[in-house]
Design a protein around this ligand. Structure first.
Ligand SMILES: [Zn+2]
Length: 164
């Protein structure tokens, strides 16, 4: 993939995480597509506490799982294909959070495909996709946004869709 293309893919990926966090009341601290070569990442979304709390109940756990897979889903929808390598860390994180993903095969894989299907359905909602596109576009122009700026951008994108 040409350089510009992977930057665009990263913007959609991080926007997917951020909109899922916003939609589920997870506090956004920072959204960035500045490459971190030492950390070997093309972008990141910082949410409250940086890590997901292990003592969360099932409802918050589902929201956290959706947040983790929404980056992969948004990038897939934008590119029209799966980037499994780019999602490795998110899936590893999801595995630590979710006992079902550590079950015996083929149960673990079936559960992973189930949560990916849910993340795909989440990002495909017109309102959500409008928020993701607005944030990805802004990220490509500015590289990094604070949580407050990210939320303003997401809301503006969602409202623009509703105004049509
Ligand atoms: Zn990710």
């Amino acid at each position: 993939m040409a350089k510009r293309a992977w930057i665009k893919a990263a913007a959609y990926h991080e926007a997917g995480h951020a909109v899922a966090a916003f939609e589920h009341g997870i506090r956004l601290i920072d959204v960035s597509i500045m490459p971190d070569w030492e950390g070997d990442s093309f972008g990141r979304v910082l949410v409250d506490g940086k890590r997901f709390c292990r003592v969360w109940g099932p409802k918050k756990r589902q929201a956290a799982l959706l947040h983790l897979l929404a980056g992969f889903a948004a990038e897939s929808k934008y590119r029209g294909r799966r980037n499994w390598v780019g999602a490795e860390r998110d899936i590893e994180h999801a595995r630590r959070l979710t006992p079902q993903l550590r079950a015996v095969e083929p149960v673990a894989t079936a559960y992973l495909l189930y949560i990916i299907a849910r993340a795909d359905a989440f990002v495909a909602q017109p309102r959500i996709w409008a928020g993701i596109e607005a944030l990805a576009t802004e990220l490509l122009a500015r590289e990094e946004l604070s949580g407050t700026e990210a939320i303003e951008t997401i809301v503006k994108g969602m409202n623009a869709l509703e105004a049509v």
